[in-house]
Structures are given as C-alpha cells and as structure tokens.
Design a binder for this molecule. Structure first.
Ligand SMILES: [Zn+2]
Length: 421
C-alpha cells in the first residue's frame, strides 16, 4: 500500500517556465534516470558509485518552450581534463569555415568590424575570421579550452555569458556580428543570456545563433538529443518570442543539416530595417502546420519515445540471436542517452571507439562499454558497427568503408535503428 501511494505522488510540482514563468504542468519526454552523458568513466572508477539524475523534458502550455524539469542536474563539467574540443570533427570545421566566408561577404566584415562568439570553445570558428583579418573576441567559460584558442592568437575571455559579462564587454566593444553555436539551448537562464546579447550588439549589428530544431526532434524522434546540459529545446516560434521579450527581432533563418537538423537564426535590434525574409515566414507557417502551437502535439510525443525504445531493443536482440558481434562507433552524449534509456550494455555492444584520444581507455557512463581507439574495428572485425553519432553517420561510413572487406555492416538511427548496406 505504501509503495502504491508513493507511485502516484506528483513528480512535477508545477515549477515555473524558464522563459515566461507560467507553471509547467506537462511532460514532453521522460527518459528516466541517466548518468552524465558526456562524462566517460575512467577504468579505476569502474567499481565506484556512479551518480544518476532524472532526465525529463517538460513543455510550457503558454510559450511552448520545451525544457528540462528543474530537477537536480549534474554540476557542469568544467574540469581541467574536459575532453571536448570542437576541432576534432572535420565536418564541423568545414561547416564553420563556410559560415565565416558567407557572413564576411554578407555583412561586409573587414578590419574595422568586430565579431564576438559566445561559447567560442577552442577558437575553431573564430580562427577563420581571424585569418581573414577581422577582429574577433571569444567568450568561453572553460579555462583550458580558452587557452587553446589564446595560444592560436584568438582573443578570448574566460567567462559565462549573461548580462554581467555583456556589460563588461560592451564597455569596450560591441559586435557587428554576435554569434553563438549550440549554446542557446545549453544555458539554464535563457532570459539573462538573451538580455546580454541585446547589450553587446552594435546598432545595425546582426546576431546569428545555431541550435538543434525542435521540429526535427519531434519529426525524426531525436529524443536522444535530450540531455542534462541541454536545458531548452527550441522552435523558431519560441525563440522569436524569447528574443522579442528582449528587444530583438528574428528576420531570417537557414535550415542546416548539423546535429540532425538545426536552425541558424538571424536577429537584429527591434527597430532596425532588416526585412523579414521569405524563409522566416515559410518556416513559421510550417511549424504552425506541424502543430508546434498546439499542446497536444507535445503531449503525444512521450508515447513515440517508448515505441522507439521497443524497436531499438527488438532490432538489437534480433542481431544477437542471429549470432552477430556488435561494436559501437563514437561516444557522444546522444549515444549514452540512448544506451542508458534502452538499457543496452556490454551484452549487446562489445566496445565502442572514438577518434578523440581523451575518450580512449575509458568506459561509457552507466553502461560501462569500453572506449577504444578506432583501430580496434579493423583488429576485431565486428559484424555490425553501430554508429552512435547518427548526425555524422555518412562521414563515419566513409571513414570505415573497410569493414565491408569482412562483410561488416553499419547500423544507425535514421530515425529508426536500421542496417545500412
Ligand atoms: Zn513558458
């Protein structure tokens, strides 16, 4: 009786929306208890207790901001050995190079301009502006990552972004181009972050931000991109609402293939003359047609997540029954979320590998699948290579084309987990 009573206790106590403050009453996707998705475990800690935190996304019925419930979340990982450096992905570098070229031409940036990047990481993107002679400033909270940028000659401040940092920056300079890629979704206080951008943007300046598109998360069942460090899941309409609340106006958008489908939004001060583009109008209409302005769309999503888990398990069980050995490739956060939500461990996947030497020799959080160097694939010749970062599966299939020599096949989520010939 006691257990039964406990099971019906409300787990969501109507916390306020991170943006508009309305009480949050609706679950979007509940992925249960999850370890810290980016936090690979070293072998000497394999026998130690590992923290798991609730991972549950809620939706606001007023502004439709999908957001993590304010449960306890892990402390952000800003350790000295923080293993993520943007420069390890060749396709991401190419994406950044093209962006710098395009924006330099579009905005006519030159030696008299100022580019500011929020969460500038190791300078992977600013380096292209810097090489073209455009003055840059990076804002990066992780000291050792910022140091890599500084060593490359990229001016960088070690700070979190928000109104306080923005005031200090604005006292010195304002941005002709203010950009942030894959950072807007990661900030717990989205109002403080956007208010800071307003302060640091020069009159006539342009903001661009890239973030995974909520419409794709829904349409392509990308629930594995929900993780503890990713507080908001953003549609064009909701971002337009957040920006408008801080005197900023979205006037253009590009849809990008990165991270399974991202938006690059363009914003300016309210009063500027930048005309709204056809792309911005069309996307706003498409989001509305897909039901993103209708609470029921969000409420229906949870059942699809459960159906997906069953499909993944059936697929892997069938492969194992047929006698296949399975190796993973990559150790991304989304892979860990998927493996832990589905309960897939070493009984299915012998090992995974990653090109990033900082990850090699560790084990994945929760599942304890070992992470080896990519050469392990050729040495062990698995029957199936399960590509965990499905957003760059084409790049990986090209790199590992050699597995076909022993009849190896690739598997990846697209959006269902399936084999690729
Ligand atoms: Zn809200």
């Amino acid at each position: 009786m006691g257990l039964r009573q406990r099971a019906v206790v409300r787990v969501v106590d109507e916390p306020p929306c991170r943006f508009c403050g309305a009480p949050l009453r609706h679950v979007f996707a509940d992925l249960g208890m999850q370890p810290v998705a980016n936090d690979n475990v070293s072998l000497e800690h394999a026998g130690a207790m590992e923290p798991f935190f609730p991972l549950c996304a809620l939706v606001c019925a007023e502004c439709f901001l999908v957001q993590l419930a304010p449960y306890e979340t892990p402390k952000p990982i800003f350790r000295d050995d923080y293993a993520y450096f943007s420069s390890y992905s060749t396709s991401w570098l190419e994406h950044s190079r093209r962006y710098a070229e395009e924006m330099t031409a579009r905005l006519g940036l030159d030696a008299s301009s100022q580019v500011i990047e929020l969460a500038s990481n190791d300078g992977y993107l600013l380096q292209y502006f810097h090489e073209a002679g455009v003055p840059v400033l990076g804002i990066e909270p992780t000291a050792n990552t910022a140091q890599v940028a500084i060593d490359k000659g990229i001016r960088t401040r070690v700070n979190f972004w928000g109104v306080e940092t923005a005031r200090a920056v604005a006292a010195e300079t304002q941005a002709d181009l203010l950009l942030g890629n894959n950072v807007l979704a990661h900030v717990p206080d989205i109002n403080d972050f956007v208010a800071g951008m307003k302060l640091a943007l020069k009159p006539g300046g342009v903001i661009t931000m890239e973030f995974p598109h909520l419409l794709k998360l829904i349409e392509l069942n990308q629930w594995d991109t929900i993780y503890h460090e990713h507080f908001s899941y953003l549609s064009f309409a909701t971002v337009a609402r957040v920006f408008a609340a801080h005197g900023l106006r979205l006037f253009d958008v590009q849809e990008l293939p990165t991270h399974g489908g991202s938006l690059r939004i363009f914003a300016c001060h309210d009063e500027e003359a930048f005309a709204e583009t056809e792309a911005a109008r069309e996307l706003a209409e498409r989001e509305a047609a897909a039901g993103l302005g209708d609470l029921q769309t969000y409420l229906d999503y949870g059942a699809r997540v459960v159906a997906d888990k069953l499909q993944i398990l059936e697929f892997l069980i069938d492969l194992k029954h047929a006698g296949n050995s399975i190796a993973g490739y990559g150790a991304p956060a989304k892979g860990n979320t998927m493996l832990n939500y589905c309960g897939v461990g070493r009984e299915f996947i012998d090992f995974t590998c990653d090109a990033n030497p900082h990850k090699q020799g560790n084990i994945l959080p929760g599942t304890h699948i070992p992470v080896l160097a990519p050469s392990a694939i050729a040495e062990r010749k698995p029957d199936v290579v399960l590509i965990l970062p499905w957003n760059i599966k084409e790049e990986i299939m090209e790199q590992l084309a050699g597995i076909r020599e022993w009849g190896g096949r690739f598997a990846a989520r697209a959006p269902e987990l399936r084999l690729f010939p």
